[in-house]
Design a protein around this ligand. Structure first.
Ligand SMILES: NC(=O)c1ccc[n+]([C@@H]2O[C@H](COP(=O)([O-])OP(=O)(O)OC[C@H]3O[C@@H](n4cnc5c(N)ncnc54)[C@H](O)[C@@H]3O)[C@@H](O)[C@H]2O)c1
Length: 330
């Protein structure tokens, strides 16, 4: 007998919401039944992505849709917590985009409620279900196999030809403004998630951030040093320059290393003398990670164990990001 399809409502039909619609269209268990965005233009664009998509009259009526199992929230961060709370009131499982929130008080209150009431809630970090994260945990995490020797150092490098990136250029003004946007919240957060998932909380040692003079637009460069579980972490990110968009996270052990490149790419070097070994085709690793993410989301909705980050883990990531952005600059 075919398993029951789980009905997901979507709030936020911008760049990310529409991308997720496409991914969900191919999933055997999850399907989007109704959606809503405050902007009718975004609603119309979503209907072009998914023929027959039903647009609700508003957030309340979407959340109250009979037969709905879960809510996916892909608005900018400011609305995440309030919408999550309304979904919990209606007994829905929530899958929310990162960053969880920039309001830590609201976020903590919501986390307390989730724990008290046993609500089903998770946050969408792209690398959460990736083979790269699994390999890093198995090699360098607590109880890891130590096959590359003790962890010595971690480097994160990010570079963007322009901010916002071309594929997200249609997003709202929030993405390029410092109140909610910027590459640290938007991209660095994914790597801070990986770091803290494998090793635990990060401690800030030093950070310098460059900001445009207008007092409004988001950071253009960030250089920082963290320490996690006694291991030094260096971060370098910048907008502009010669390079096309680029990201790399490298974990250096005493005898070998693991590198994540361009998100899902995964390479390992077993010794200082040996070359880099690709651990799979990057496009296939991406597709496996995204399918696994949806399978984990299904488990979340069904109340089964899953590996997605909860709201508390996402808040811990955001606390590290906000501490970087709040650092006093030279
Ligand atoms: N996990 C990932 O890999 C990933 C990638 C890109 C973006 N994101 C996250 O997804 C979220 C959305 O990003 P985006 O690029 O789609 O932005 P966007 O500006 O393209 O889309 C946001 C949409 O939300 C709508 N909106 C705003 N407030 C609303 C509200 N209160 N109720 C209903 N609709 C509302 C806007 O009209 C807009 O259409 C952000 O939190 C972003 O950080 C995550």
């Amino acid at each position: 007998m075919a398993e029951q399809r789980l009905n997901i409502g979507v709030i936020g039909l911008g760049v990310m919401g529409r991308r997720m619609l496409t991914r969900l269209n191919d999933h055997p268990r999850l399907r989007v039944t109704r959606a809503w965005d405050a902007d009718p233009v975004a609603c119309a664009a979503a209907c072009a992505v998914q023929a027959g998509l039903e647009i609700a009259a508003g957030a309340e009526s979407l959340i109250a849709t009979p037969g709905l199992h879960g809510l996916y929230i892909a608005t900018p961060p400011a609305a995440h917590i309030a919408l999550s709370e309304r979904a919990f009131d209606a007994g829905l499982a929530v899958f929310c985009e990162k960053p969880l929130s920039t309001d830590f008080t609201d976020a903590q209150r919501c986390i307390d409620r989730i724990a008290r009431e046993g609500q089903r809630a998770a946050v969408n970090f792209a690398l959460a279900s990736s083979p790269g994260l699994t390999m890093l945990g198995q090699t360098f995490g607590p109880g890891g196999d130590q096959s590359l020797g003790a962890l010595q150092a971690i480097e994160i490098e990010l570079s963007f030809a322009a901010w916002p990136r071309a594929w997200q250029a249609g997003a709202g003004a929030w993405l390029s403004e410092r109140a909610e946007g910027g590459f640290s919240r938007e991209v660095l957060s994914h790597f801070i998630f990986v770091l803290q998932r494998v090793l635990g909380p990060a401690e800030l040692l030093r950070c310098e951030v460059q900001w445009p003079a207008d007092g409004r637009r988001a950071e253009t460069a960030l250089q920082a040093e963290l320490r996690v579980a006694g291991v030094p972490v260096s971060i370098q990110g910048q907008v502009g320059g010669e390079l096309a968009d680029f990201n790399r996270m490298s974990w250096q052990g005493a005898s070998g290393a693991i590198e994540l490149g361009d998100w899902f790419g995964l390479a390992r070097r077993r010794s200082a003398e040996s070359g880099w070994e690709l651990m799979g085709d990057p496009a296939q690793l991406r597709s496996r990670s995204q399918t696994e993410q949806l399978d984990q989301w299904t488990a979340l909705v069904e109340g089964r164990p899953h590996s997605l980050p909860g709201f508390a883990e996402a808040l811990a990531v955001q606390q590290t990001i906000e501490s970087l952005l709040a650092a006093k600059n030279a």
